[in-house]
Design a protein around this ligand. Structure first.
Ligand SMILES: [Ca+2]
Length: 228
């Protein structure tokens, strides 16, 4: 063991200095100048930590966990819509039925255009009676609204060789011809110089054998053609 003691206990008269001695059993102490044993080299401060190392490769995938418990029964769902198959079958059946009826109607003289059916039984009567006749059949006195409908009406005029009343008049305002529902006409095929309101009471419209129109009295007996 090393201890520090004053040198005057160990000597040299000329120099006063500190020594370090080691004492052993039965042996004189071994002393050395304290500068040899106690003055250690200086040490610098601890450096900064190094950068993070590179990330290691991914380990193997773990085992699949156990299945969860079975859930409870959900609420009852809403009633579904009627299946399309049933509706479509119904539509197909109706279409087939319509085609059959159209064939029968054609045999009975009914004319079909893209939007209407026209028919006549060849009867002649006044304008007012004609309106009633058609109305009783669930139809209206024919009023062509385009070239094709005018041609369809004309076929009856030709077939029965009789001029026909149309469902058009100017009772309300002279010269303003309207349909039975009061709407202004959107198509016309006036004969040259017509309408001319002869005698001041030509408020109905008749169709000639060439498909042209003239205004005419409403009390004559003309062919009645209906449409629906
Ligand atoms: Ca008139």
């Amino acid at each position: 063991m090393w201890v520090l003691i004053p040198f005057n206990l160990l000597l040299t008269a000329e120099v006063l200095q500190m020594v370090s001695c080691q004492y052993g059993t039965g042996t004189p102490p071994v002393c050395r100048p304290i500068s040899d044993v106690c003055i250690l080299p200086g040490k610098g401060e601890k450096g900064e930590p190094g950068e993070n190392g590179l990330r290691g490769s991914m380990g193997p995938v773990g085992k699949k966990g156990p299945d969860g418990e079975k859930g409870s029964i959900g609420p009852k769902g809403e009633k579904g819509d009627t299946g399309p198959t049933a509706n479509m079958s119904r539509i197909y059946a109706l279409e087939k039925q319509v085609k059959k009826l159209e064939s029968v109607m054609k045999l009975q003289g009914v004319m079909k255009t893209s939007e209407k059916y026209f028919f006549s039984n060849g009867k002649t009567m006044t304008y007012e009676d004609g309106k009633t006749e058609c109305s009783n059949a669930g139809a209206m006195l024919a009023a062509p609204r385009n070239y094709h409908e005018n041609e369809a009406v004309l076929k009856f005029v030709v077939q029965y060789d009789t001029y026909a009343y149309l469902g058009i008049s100017d009772f309300e305002k002279e010269g303003s011809f309207v349909y039975l529902d009061g709407q202004p006409i959107i198509f016309s095929k006036w004969y040259g110089g017509q309408p001319y309101n002869k005698y001041g009471y030509y408020n109905c419209v008749q169709m000639y054998a060439d498909g042209t129109w003239t205004d005419y009295k409403c009390t004559a007996s003309l062919l009645i053609i209906c449409e629906f």
